[in-house]
Design a protein around this ligand. Structure first.
Ligand code: B3K
Ligand code: ZN
Length: 891
């Protein structure tokens, strides 16, 4: 397949100013008529017009009303000898929505029509200049059977509707804003909606609607509340108002990703819309708020200002993730709840993005090349992109960032622009700032892949009263980028005295003491920062580095156990308290794995865990984070970074040993924690209640686990009871996880009950599959269960949520079940990747990434995984998407 390169960008040969689309919707054969007004691009005169198309059938082409000759180059429709003046172009074609299993373009799901056009789905609907820098005004008429498709939706405002012959009806929609084709959407089907009017600060009224299938209306309140909150937040925080009279969200159960920000007509995976306490977990509630916010915020960052080309994807995605993270933090409210959200984001970044940046798919936030653009909707473009925006905000300050955003919109509203344009606006609005004065080197965050390693050391000179922090950076080579230049790295930090009290800071050169935190800007390979005036201390200061995780780097700091305990118990920065807890756990897990000896927890560690659990000054949600050991995947990456071959079952054994020793040693404390935090009041998804449930369920998991050792049936019995009568799904799932995590016999009964009770709730059945596929492995039983699960009558491999509930869970989240000495996990991986690739390449390519870190594995895993990859790569009929993934993995 062909490689597309960023450096090859050229402006389009023509502009399409208006599009008038008519659809005669029929699942088997839909007729599309597209009437466009086209203008030659005066900067590129005389060019033919090459229109993108894919899997559609052309029936007619008219230029200024006359038929003309045309030819195909591959799937592109090429029109030559076109007028040098603006002209009208009419195209008729058909497509087959019910045969569209790729879920890109126009497809059917549950008897309704939906579209997904980003990145290149519009060309599967009609021939077009399907690229984001071609922006047009759309008028859309939908015609369909009135009974089967009573609701007809598209972008913008409905200007006309009525009945037609033969039981058909129509609706015409006009979108007043020019947009690229990837933001086009239509929906037709039997849907109902919850709606609400809101008045914005500017005094304008807007109609908000959430469309779902008839039985799901009772699950739309949270999505609507999240939408209203998003509208309010964007006005308050960024001065950005809703620019539409009508804003719609539609839920669809067959969807390749989370949601899509089509102008005025967001289309969502049901998973990120539907929630009620009986069927959704606290995590679902939080995700819905975040995703509704994310798609809504795209209306400005993505839609009003869009991307010039797909290499600029992070322009809209990194910025919009940053905005949804800030939104969720503001919604969480108090400082401790904000910190919990930040830690969750950091944990996610390190668990998902760092491995990507260290593996064969490593690419810059602004990639240089791709084969299938859908493979580049990655955690690097999204989450690392958000960290890049966050660093800019750190370097120019909160007010400065707002000024920069204002300037960005003042300059670029209505345009398709680049990451450079964004960075330039933030810098220009803040002349003289730490960003503006080093903008060129800062922008290496866009062009260089890989996670920088920052090594830190401290030296205290009691006589001189100085503490010197030396920071050095080094970024390992990534595919295609052997040598890296230094990054600009903001390192937020403080110093604690040996009792853990914060010290007032004065950097050499500053005229006076001020505050307890500084942001050091590391921009060279090696730099020293000297703090002065530190006389009369009883011991060495303890540095608290990279507070709030101020940059997406790996901090290499050889902290002593004592320093880590001081930070865990006393640091004022919650991120670094959590980080100290992670490091303490990591040291023990890595020690056990590397020595090959069974893990044996020491009293100091156990006492520290107990102190955290019992600390009355900490929130339950924060305790839950501190008491959850690093994931197996994270441990694996740390070992890989240290050059140790990764043995997933050995890591699993160590982590399981840690869990069971903590279960036994803190038994009384877990009993206390469960009793003190589980409550039966009305369900509310706020941070305090969510945290209490999380801690109670963590306690329950340990109590049931310890029953496996003691044989005491009380806690398994209570867990089973909770599966039966929990007042919300979070607690029901928590009890089920406890039973599954302990391999208790009652788990089977509990699973059967949940299935019987929720068999008509698709999203619960997704969870039901995922819980089983994600259970901690023991003696190969979980893998065997997974092989049975894919033959369960409810396992629908063509539904992405259902497929992911088993396959993504195994390939990406359950290393100990996947990596087996007999290679059966890899054989299964190859089989499923090939099976899914035949009907949904985007989904298959995601699954394929489950083995892309094969090189770090220990034998026999490494060779066996390699063989599986080779087997898939050897197939001739692979999609470009999956071929790119296995190709890069093997390169
Ligand atoms: N922009 C979409 C993602 C589209 C993915 C296409 N393969 C959702 C989002 O990021 O908001
Ligand atoms: Zn997005």
């Amino acid at each position: 397949s062909t490689v597309v390169r960023r450096e090859d960008y050229t402006a389009p040969s023509h502009w399409i100013r208006t599009v008038d689309l008519t659809f005669d919707l029929d699942p088997a054969k839909t007729l599309v008529i597209s009437r466009m007004s086209v203008e030659p691009n005066t900067e590129r005169p005389g060019q033919p017009l090459r229109l993108d198309g894919e899997d559609i059938t052309l029936t007619r082409v008219l230029v200024n009303g006359e038929s003309i000759s045309f030819r195909f180059e591959g799937q592109q429709l090429v029109l030559e000898h076109l007028p040098a003046e603006p002209f009208s172009l009419e195209i008729r074609n058909t497509c087959a929505p019910e045969k569209n299993t790729e879920l890109s373009g126009l497809y059917t799901s549950g008897g309704s029509f939906f579209t997904q056009c980003e990145a290149q789905g519009f060309r599967r609907i009609t021939y077009f200049l399907d690229r984001p820098d071609v922006m047009a005004l759309y008028t859309v008429t939908l015609r369909a059977n009135a009974k089967a498709y009573p609701v007809l939706l598209s972008n913008g405002n409905r200007v006309e509707h009525g009945t037609l012959d033969n039981g058909r009806h129509f609706a015409t929609w006009v979108d007043p804003h020019p947009k690229p084709s990837y933001l086009f959407a239509l929906v037709a089907g039997a849907l109902v909606c919850r709606e609400q009017c809101v008045r914005s600060r500017s005094g304008k009224d807007h109609l908000l609607q959430v469309y779902v299938r008839a039985g799901d209306l009772d699950k739309t309140e949270h999505a609507m509340n999240s939408l209203i909150a998003s509208v309010v937040w964007d006005e308050a925080r960024f001065g950005l108002s809703l620019d539409l009279e009508r804003f719609m969200i539609v839920a669809v159960s067959d969807f390749n990703m989370g949601a899509m920000e089509n102008k005025g007509l967001n289309i969502f995976n049901t998973k990120f819309v539907l929630a009620n306490p009986a069927t959704a977990t606290d995590t679902d509630y939080a995700n819905i708020e975040a995703v509704v916010g994310h798609e809504y915020f795209h209306n400005w960052t993505g839609n009003r200002v869009t991307c010039r080309d797909w290499f600029q994807l992070s322009l809209k995605e990194g910025l919009t993730v940053y905005r949804d993270q800030e939104f969720s933090q503001d919604m969480a409210g108090v400082a401790s709840a904000r910190a919990v959200k930040r830690i969750e984001d950091v944990r996610q970044l390190r668990q998902m993005q760092f491995p990507e940046d260290a593996g064969p798919m490593a690419h810059p936030v602004r990639p240089e090349q791709y084969q299938a653009i859908d493979n580049f909707y990655t955690t690097t473009v999204y989450e690392k992109g958000a960290e890049v925006v966050r660093m800019m905000a750190t370097l120019v300050g909160r007010e400065g960032f707002r000024r920069g955003m204002d300037l960005y919109f003042a300059r670029h509203d209505g345009q398709a622009v680049t990451c450079d344009d964004f960075a330039q606006a933030i810098a220009d609005a803040n002349p003289g700032s730490d960003l503006a004065t080093r903008l060129d080197s800062f922008k290496r965050w866009y062009s260089q892949a890989g996670t920088p390693r920052v090594s830190a050391s401290g030296h205290y000179d009691p006589g001189a009263g100085t503490y010197t922090v030396t920071l050095a950076q080094h970024t390992p080579a990534t595919p295609g980028q052997p040598v890296k230049l230094p990054f600009v790295i903001p390192v937020a930090m403080g110093l604690l005295d040996s009792d853990g009290r914060p010290l007032l800071l004065q950097l050499q050169g500053e005229s006076q003491y001020g505050g307890t935190e500084r942001v050091l800007v590391l921009e060279q390979a090696n730099q020293a920062f000297v703090f002065t005036g530190l006389y009369g201390l009883t011991g060495e200061p303890v540095p608290s580095l990279l507070r709030g995780f101020s940059a997406p780097v790996i901090l290499e700091w050889a902290a002593t156990e004592r320093q880590l305990f001081t930070l865990l118990h006393h640091d004022t920065d919650p991120t670094n308290r959590w980080e100290a807890a992670q490091r303490l756990g990591l040291l023990r897990l890595m020690g056990a794995v590397q020595s090959g000896r069974p893990l044996q927890l020491d009293a100091a560690y156990i006492d520290a865990q107990r102190a955290v659990l019992r600390d009355p000054s900490l929130d339950a949600a924060f305790k839950d984070l501190l008491l959850t050991p690093p994931s197996e995947g994270y441990v694996a990456e740390q070992l890989a970074a240290a050059g140790v071959p990764v043995d997933p079952p050995a890591i699993h054994a160590a982590r399981e040993a840690m869990r069971s020793q903590l279960a036994q040693a803190l038994f009384d404390d877990w009993v206390w924690a469960f009793e003190a935090h589980h409550d039966n009041g009305a369900y509310r998804p706020d941070p305090v209640s969510t945290g209490r449930r999380a801690l109670a369920n963590l306690a329950l998991a340990h109590l049931v686990l310890d029953a496996g050792r003691s044989g005491d049936p009380v806690w398994p019995g209570r867990a089973y009871q909770r599966v039966q009568d929990a007042g919300n799904f979070t607690d029901r799932q928590g009890a089920l996880i406890a039973l599954l995590g302990a391999h208790h016999a009652l788990a089977e009964l509990a699973l059967a009950r949940v299935h019987a009770q929720f068999k008509h709730e698709a999203l619960v059945i997704d969870r039901w599959f995922a819980l089983q596929a994600g259970a901690p492995e023991r003696d190969g039983q979980v893998f065997q269960r997974i092989k049975t699960l894919v033959h369960h009558p409810d396992f629908l491999v063509r539904n992405p949520n259902r497929a992911r509930s088993v396959l993504t869970t195994l390939f990406h989240l359950n290393p100990s079940a996947l990596h087996r000495a007999d290679a059966a996990g890899y054989v299964f991986w190859a089989e499923k990747v090939v099976e899914v690739d035949a009907f949904n390449p985007q989904l298959a390519a995601r699954l394929a990434r489950g083995l892309d870190r094969w090189r770090v594995l220990a034998e026999p895993y490494r060779s066996a995984a390699h063989e599986a990859l080779c087997r898939v790569a050897a197939r001739t009929e692979l999609s470009p998407d999956t071929r790119e993934i296995v190709g890069r993995s093997l390169a």
